[in-house]
Design a protein around this ligand. Structure first.
Ligand code: ADP
Length: 238
Protein backbone atom coordinates (compact mmCIF):
# COMPACT_ATOMS: atom_id res chain seq x y z
CA UNK A 1 0.00 0.00 0.00
CA UNK A 2 1.29 3.46 -0.90
CA UNK A 3 1.71 5.80 2.04
CA UNK A 4 3.40 8.77 0.36
CA UNK A 5 2.79 9.79 -3.23
CA UNK A 6 4.79 12.62 -4.78
CA UNK A 7 4.18 13.63 -8.36
CA UNK A 8 6.17 16.25 -10.29
CA UNK A 9 6.99 18.29 -7.18
CA UNK A 10 8.46 21.73 -7.90
CA UNK A 11 9.86 24.43 -5.64
CA UNK A 12 11.93 27.51 -6.43
CA UNK A 13 13.39 29.80 -3.76
CA UNK A 14 13.74 33.22 -5.39
CA UNK A 15 15.68 32.13 -8.51
CA UNK A 16 17.14 28.94 -7.01
CA UNK A 17 15.32 25.89 -8.39
CA UNK A 18 15.45 23.50 -5.41
CA UNK A 19 13.01 20.87 -6.78
CA UNK A 20 12.71 20.33 -10.50
CA UNK A 21 9.94 17.74 -10.89
CA UNK A 22 10.43 15.11 -8.17
CA UNK A 23 8.19 12.03 -8.34
CA UNK A 24 8.35 9.08 -5.97
CA UNK A 25 6.23 6.73 -3.88
CA UNK A 26 6.82 5.26 -0.44
CA UNK A 27 5.12 2.00 0.56
CA UNK A 28 3.78 1.17 4.00
CA UNK A 29 6.31 -0.37 6.37
CA UNK A 30 9.50 0.41 4.50
CA UNK A 31 12.54 2.47 5.36
CA UNK A 32 12.76 4.83 2.40
CA UNK A 33 15.96 6.83 1.98
CA UNK A 34 16.32 10.23 0.37
CA UNK A 35 20.02 10.34 -0.40
CA UNK A 36 22.17 12.85 -2.21
CA UNK A 37 24.66 15.66 -1.71
CA UNK A 38 24.11 18.79 0.36
CA UNK A 39 21.81 21.21 -1.42
CA UNK A 40 20.20 18.47 -3.58
CA UNK A 41 16.68 19.25 -2.33
CA UNK A 42 16.15 16.42 0.18
CA UNK A 43 15.02 18.61 3.08
CA UNK A 44 12.69 20.55 0.81
CA UNK A 45 10.98 17.28 -0.19
CA UNK A 46 10.51 16.33 3.47
CA UNK A 47 9.22 19.81 4.31
CA UNK A 48 6.64 19.54 1.53
CA UNK A 49 5.63 16.11 2.86
CA UNK A 50 5.16 17.41 6.40
CA UNK A 51 3.26 20.49 5.23
CA UNK A 52 5.90 22.95 6.44
CA UNK A 53 6.57 24.15 2.92
CA UNK A 54 4.14 24.96 0.12
CA UNK A 55 5.27 23.57 -3.24
CA UNK A 56 5.06 25.73 -6.37
CA UNK A 57 3.76 22.81 -8.39
CA UNK A 58 3.02 19.11 -8.35
CA UNK A 59 1.03 16.93 -6.01
CA UNK A 60 1.80 15.41 -2.61
CA UNK A 61 -0.42 12.96 -0.75
CA UNK A 62 0.47 11.45 2.63
CA UNK A 63 -1.88 8.73 3.91
CA UNK A 64 -4.26 10.08 1.28
CA UNK A 65 -4.14 13.58 2.81
CA UNK A 66 -2.95 16.88 1.34
CA UNK A 67 -0.19 18.21 3.65
CA UNK A 68 -1.29 21.79 3.01
CA UNK A 69 -5.05 21.43 3.30
CA UNK A 70 -5.14 18.64 5.90
CA UNK A 71 -2.18 19.67 8.06
CA UNK A 72 -3.95 19.20 11.41
CA UNK A 73 -5.11 15.69 10.58
CA UNK A 74 -1.67 14.84 9.25
CA UNK A 75 0.18 16.09 12.35
CA UNK A 76 -1.68 13.45 14.34
CA UNK A 77 -0.45 10.65 12.08
CA UNK A 78 3.05 11.72 11.03
CA UNK A 79 5.95 12.05 13.46
CA UNK A 80 8.85 14.32 12.60
CA UNK A 81 12.23 14.45 14.23
CA UNK A 82 12.82 17.70 16.09
CA UNK A 83 15.71 20.01 15.49
CA UNK A 84 17.92 20.47 18.53
CA UNK A 85 16.75 24.03 19.22
CA UNK A 86 13.17 22.81 19.69
CA UNK A 87 13.72 21.78 23.33
CA UNK A 88 14.85 24.02 26.21
CA UNK A 89 18.07 22.86 27.92
CA UNK A 90 16.37 22.69 31.30
CA UNK A 91 13.58 20.25 30.38
CA UNK A 92 13.91 16.71 31.77
CA UNK A 93 13.64 13.65 29.52
CA UNK A 94 10.48 12.41 31.24
CA UNK A 95 8.86 15.84 31.16
CA UNK A 96 9.52 16.24 27.44
CA UNK A 97 7.91 12.87 26.67
CA UNK A 98 4.86 13.62 28.84
CA UNK A 99 4.48 17.08 27.30
CA UNK A 100 4.65 15.76 23.72
CA UNK A 101 2.22 12.93 24.50
CA UNK A 102 -0.29 15.56 25.67
CA UNK A 103 -0.28 17.17 22.20
CA UNK A 104 -1.81 14.14 20.48
CA UNK A 105 -5.36 12.78 20.32
CA UNK A 106 -4.29 9.13 20.55
CA UNK A 107 -0.79 9.08 22.01
CA UNK A 108 1.24 6.03 22.93
CA UNK A 109 1.87 5.55 26.67
CA UNK A 110 4.90 7.83 27.07
CA UNK A 111 6.28 5.69 29.91
CA UNK A 112 6.25 2.62 27.68
CA UNK A 113 8.02 4.54 24.89
CA UNK A 114 10.56 5.81 27.43
CA UNK A 115 11.20 2.23 28.55
CA UNK A 116 11.36 0.77 25.05
CA UNK A 117 13.94 3.29 23.92
CA UNK A 118 16.10 2.81 27.01
CA UNK A 119 15.45 6.31 28.32
CA UNK A 120 14.08 5.43 31.76
CA UNK A 121 17.56 5.61 33.28
CA UNK A 122 17.78 9.18 31.95
CA UNK A 123 14.24 10.18 32.97
CA UNK A 124 15.38 12.99 35.29
CA UNK A 125 18.35 14.12 33.16
CA UNK A 126 18.06 17.57 31.67
CA UNK A 127 18.12 17.82 27.88
CA UNK A 128 21.05 20.26 27.85
CA UNK A 129 23.29 17.76 29.64
CA UNK A 130 22.65 14.79 27.29
CA UNK A 131 25.28 13.54 24.82
CA UNK A 132 24.51 13.64 21.11
CA UNK A 133 23.56 9.96 21.10
CA UNK A 134 21.08 10.34 23.97
CA UNK A 135 19.57 13.44 22.37
CA UNK A 136 18.97 11.50 19.14
CA UNK A 137 17.38 8.68 21.11
CA UNK A 138 15.07 11.20 22.78
CA UNK A 139 14.18 12.79 19.42
CA UNK A 140 13.22 9.38 18.04
CA UNK A 141 11.12 8.66 21.13
CA UNK A 142 9.41 12.07 20.80
CA UNK A 143 8.69 11.39 17.13
CA UNK A 144 6.99 8.13 18.16
CA UNK A 145 5.04 9.28 21.21
CA UNK A 146 2.06 10.38 19.11
CA UNK A 147 1.73 6.82 17.75
CA UNK A 148 2.48 7.89 14.15
CA UNK A 149 2.08 5.74 11.05
CA UNK A 150 4.88 7.61 9.25
CA UNK A 151 8.09 9.06 10.70
CA UNK A 152 10.30 11.63 8.95
CA UNK A 153 13.97 11.69 10.00
CA UNK A 154 16.36 14.30 8.56
CA UNK A 155 20.14 13.77 8.89
CA UNK A 156 19.59 11.95 12.15
CA UNK A 157 23.12 10.62 12.55
CA UNK A 158 25.13 13.67 11.46
CA UNK A 159 27.63 14.47 14.21
CA UNK A 160 27.29 11.11 15.99
CA UNK A 161 30.28 8.87 16.70
CA UNK A 162 30.31 5.44 14.98
CA UNK A 163 28.91 3.62 18.03
CA UNK A 164 26.02 6.02 18.49
CA UNK A 165 25.32 5.85 14.75
CA UNK A 166 25.03 2.06 14.82
CA UNK A 167 22.79 2.22 17.88
CA UNK A 168 20.56 4.71 16.07
CA UNK A 169 20.38 2.41 13.02
CA UNK A 170 19.16 -0.38 15.31
CA UNK A 171 16.47 1.91 16.73
CA UNK A 172 15.29 2.86 13.24
CA UNK A 173 15.06 -0.80 12.20
CA UNK A 174 13.08 -1.53 15.36
CA UNK A 175 10.68 1.23 14.37
CA UNK A 176 10.18 -0.27 10.90
CA UNK A 177 9.73 -3.74 12.40
CA UNK A 178 6.74 -2.39 14.37
CA UNK A 179 5.09 -1.38 11.11
CA UNK A 180 5.99 2.33 11.06
CA UNK A 181 6.93 3.74 7.65
CA UNK A 182 10.24 5.61 7.91
CA UNK A 183 11.51 8.30 5.54
CA UNK A 184 15.17 8.94 6.18
CA UNK A 185 17.18 11.82 4.75
CA UNK A 186 20.91 11.14 4.61
CA UNK A 187 23.97 12.16 2.69
CA UNK A 188 25.86 9.09 3.95
CA UNK A 189 25.73 6.34 1.32
CA UNK A 190 26.94 3.66 3.77
CA UNK A 191 24.00 4.56 5.99
CA UNK A 192 21.53 4.40 3.10
CA UNK A 193 22.95 1.02 2.03
CA UNK A 194 22.83 -0.47 5.52
CA UNK A 195 19.43 0.79 6.52
CA UNK A 196 17.10 1.49 3.61
CA UNK A 197 14.74 -0.91 1.84
CA UNK A 198 14.52 1.54 -1.05
CA UNK A 199 16.32 4.75 -1.90
CA UNK A 200 15.79 7.73 -4.16
CA UNK A 201 19.04 9.46 -5.04
CA UNK A 202 18.34 13.14 -5.49
CA UNK A 203 20.71 15.53 -7.22
CA UNK A 204 20.06 19.11 -8.28
CA UNK A 205 16.36 18.85 -7.50
CA UNK A 206 15.71 15.66 -9.48
CA UNK A 207 15.50 11.95 -8.73
CA UNK A 208 18.45 10.49 -10.64
CA UNK A 209 17.94 6.87 -9.52
CA UNK A 210 15.49 4.88 -7.42
CA UNK A 211 15.46 1.31 -6.15
CA UNK A 212 16.74 -1.02 -3.45
CA UNK A 213 20.43 -0.67 -2.54
CA UNK A 214 21.07 -3.94 -4.41
CA UNK A 215 19.28 -2.69 -7.55
CA UNK A 216 21.16 0.60 -7.56
CA UNK A 217 24.51 -1.10 -7.06
CA UNK A 218 23.65 -3.55 -9.87
CA UNK A 219 22.52 -0.79 -12.25
CA UNK A 220 25.82 1.02 -11.75
CA UNK A 221 27.87 -2.21 -11.88
CA UNK A 222 29.40 -1.11 -8.60
CA UNK A 223 30.40 -2.91 -5.42
CA UNK A 224 28.90 -0.47 -2.95
CA UNK A 225 26.20 2.19 -2.92
CA UNK A 226 28.88 4.80 -2.35
CA UNK A 227 30.56 3.76 -5.61
CA UNK A 228 27.19 3.51 -7.41
CA UNK A 229 26.31 7.01 -6.29
CA UNK A 230 29.21 8.56 -8.18
CA UNK A 231 28.35 6.61 -11.33
CA UNK A 232 24.63 7.39 -11.13
CA UNK A 233 25.05 11.11 -10.42
CA UNK A 234 28.07 11.60 -12.67
CA UNK A 235 29.69 13.54 -9.85
CA UNK A 236 33.41 13.36 -9.20
CA UNK A 237 34.70 12.33 -5.80
CA UNK A 238 35.77 15.28 -3.66
P1 ADP B 1 19.39 19.21 1.03
O1 ADP B 1 18.46 18.85 2.15
O2 ADP B 1 19.53 18.12 0.01
O3 ADP B 1 20.73 19.66 1.53
P2 ADP B 1 17.71 21.54 0.66
O4 ADP B 1 16.34 21.08 0.35
O5 ADP B 1 18.00 22.00 2.05
O6 ADP B 1 18.76 20.43 0.21
O7 ADP B 1 18.08 22.74 -0.31
C1 ADP B 1 17.93 22.69 -1.73
C2 ADP B 1 18.36 24.03 -2.33
O8 ADP B 1 17.45 25.04 -1.92
C3 ADP B 1 19.75 24.48 -1.88
O9 ADP B 1 20.34 25.15 -2.97
C4 ADP B 1 19.44 25.44 -0.76
O10 ADP B 1 20.47 26.42 -0.65
C5 ADP B 1 18.13 26.06 -1.20
N1 ADP B 1 17.27 26.47 -0.07
C6 ADP B 1 16.79 25.66 0.89
N2 ADP B 1 16.00 26.34 1.75
C7 ADP B 1 15.99 27.62 1.31
C8 ADP B 1 15.36 28.82 1.78
N3 ADP B 1 14.57 28.84 2.85
N4 ADP B 1 15.58 29.95 1.05
C9 ADP B 1 16.37 29.95 -0.03
N5 ADP B 1 16.98 28.86 -0.52
C10 ADP B 1 16.80 27.70 0.14
Amino acid sequence: MTVIEIDDLRKTYKNNRALDGVSLTVARGEIFGLAGPNGAGKTTVVECVSGLRRPDGGRVRVLGLDPQGDRRALLQRVGAQLQEAALPDGIKVGEALRLYASLYDHPADWRTIMDEWGLTERKDSRFGGLSGGWKQRLFIALALVGNPEVVLLDELTTGLDPDARRTTWGLIRAMRDRGVTVVLVTHFMDEAEALCDRIAIIDRGRVVAEGSPRELIGAARATSLDEAYFTLTGRARA
